[in-house]
Design a protein around this ligand. Structure first.
Ligand code: KG4
Ligand code: ZN
Length: 383
């Protein structure tokens, strides 16, 4: 197999990333410039600000990734960039820069689906740890701020193909974490703070019902192809967010939330201790109960899909895969089914460019390069 150094570029949401990965398995550098501070005052990602921050960060981030890898613009073998899904303006910054580099340096250009990147974050580290013994079929749960998707993944002659067997009908799991944290005055992004607060509350204190989905997805008008025509395991997380809001209203928690919001806004980098000090027992119980319901639903539906499709390996990736309770629950429950489950390290769970460079390697081997006129695809699906 030929050796290749691929420069990956990622700019689909609120992280500007550049990385150099050798042959899909060795990370030589992985630089991520986070925009959390920019979006924090708004409680979510503001698309126009994201594009502007990417513009500011892209050149130094790429330069730093090359320097840390001991590479130069000339020495890399190909340039890979996220094509979608994501914010159109944000994607265009990475794509325009990748195109300019590829054109000027006369290097091949590879377009990568961001979701495929998240799946390859797991594969990258599996290869790195020389755990090459991967058993198919693989079921991958990609669970992030924008997605809660289940894919069956297959590999044939360096060609990865994916079949979607489940998705969220409304909010993504990470979006629910972010919205609930915002609602409770805990700041942005919500996932990491809820993750750290939850062990301090009683997860059985508040009962949440997560809607079970029985009717077909009416938003998806196209007829499923014969191949897609299997059972679907869909998710829905807008209901639980509304249930938290109702709880806040009926329990009259709003005044305390406002105090917490203002106090945390006045602290430059709030620590866990700050949040704990500003949360009463009832709020901690609410946070713990919310997280437990989310985790149980994600694990139960994913394992039901794994049984239905008789998979031999499970991958869990995307920002929410950093969640501690999700990891331990998956490990315990999948273990009981005798199913091996793999996660990326926390640094590779959230958005980064190493996963993009890794996903590009099989495409490099197949010489699957894109022409200079390719563009961003904000709603890109994975096949
Ligand atoms: O994959 P990612 O970095 O960006 C997207 O592609 O969306 O995921 C970001 C999402 C956010 O919603 C964030 O709150 C969530 O992942 N997240 C977490 C944790 N760390 C990040 N959710 C739960 N627990 C965490 N530890
Ligand atoms: Zn992502």
């Amino acid at each position: 197999m030929p050796d290749a150094h691929i420069l990956g570029i990622e700019s689909s949401c609120d992280e500007t990333g550049a990385a150099v990965v050798r042959s899909g398995q060795q990370i030589l550098s992985n630089v991520v410039a986070s925009q959390i501070a920019t979006h924090q005052p708004y409680g979510g990602v503001v698309p126009e600000l994201a594009s502007r921050e990417h513009l500011r960060a892209i050149v130094p981030v790429v330069r730093q990734a090359l320097a840390e890898a001991g590479q130069t613009y000339e020495s890399v073998d190909a340039i890979a960039v996220t094509q979608g899904p994501g914010l159109a303006g944000a994607l265009l910054v990475g794509i325009s820069y990748a195109k300019a580099l590829a054109f000027a340096l006369e290097k091949p250009l590879i377009a990568v689906n961001h979701l495929e990147g998240h799946i390859h974050a797991v594969l990258l580290e599996q290869r790195q740890s020389e755990n090459a013994d991967l058993h198919f079929p693989v079921l991958a749960l990609v669970v992030s701020g924008g997605h809660t998707h289940l894919y069956l993944a297959q590999l044939q002659e360096n060609l990865w193909t994916y079949r979607n067997v489940g998705h969220t009908r409304d909010d993504a799991a990470g979006e629910a974490f972010d919205k609930v944290a915002k609602l409770l005055g805990l700041g942005y992004p919500g996932g990491p703070i809820i993750d750290r607060l939850a062990p301090h509350g009683d997860p059985h204190a508040v009962k949440f019902q997560i809607s079970q989905i029985k009717h077909p997805d009416r938003r998806n008008h196209k007829q499923p192809s014969a191949e897609e025509d299997g059972p679907h395991f869909d998710f829905s997380y807008s209901g639980i967010k509304t249930a938290v809001l109702r709880y806040v209203e009926t329990q009259n928690l709003k005044p305390a939330i406002e105090v917490r919001r203002q106090a945390l806004a006045g602290i430059e980098k709030p620590m866990l201790e700050d949040c704990l000090r500003l949360c009463d027992r009832q709020t901690l119980n609410l946070v713990a109960s919310f997280q437990r319901s989310m985790v149980n639903d994600l694990v139960a539906k994913t394992l039901a899909a794994a049984r239905e499709y008789d998979v031999r390996t499970l991958f869990v990736s995307g920002g929410v895969a950093a969640n501690q309770e999700l990891r331990t629950t998956f490990e315990r429950e999948a273990g009981m089914q005798g199913l091996p489950v793999f996660f990326p390290s926390r640094a590779l769970s959230t958005d980064n460019a190493a996963m993009i460079a890794a996903a590009a390697f099989p495409k490099f081997l197949r010489q699957e390069f894109v022409p200079m006129d390719f563009s961003a695809d904000a709603g890109m699906s994975l096949r």
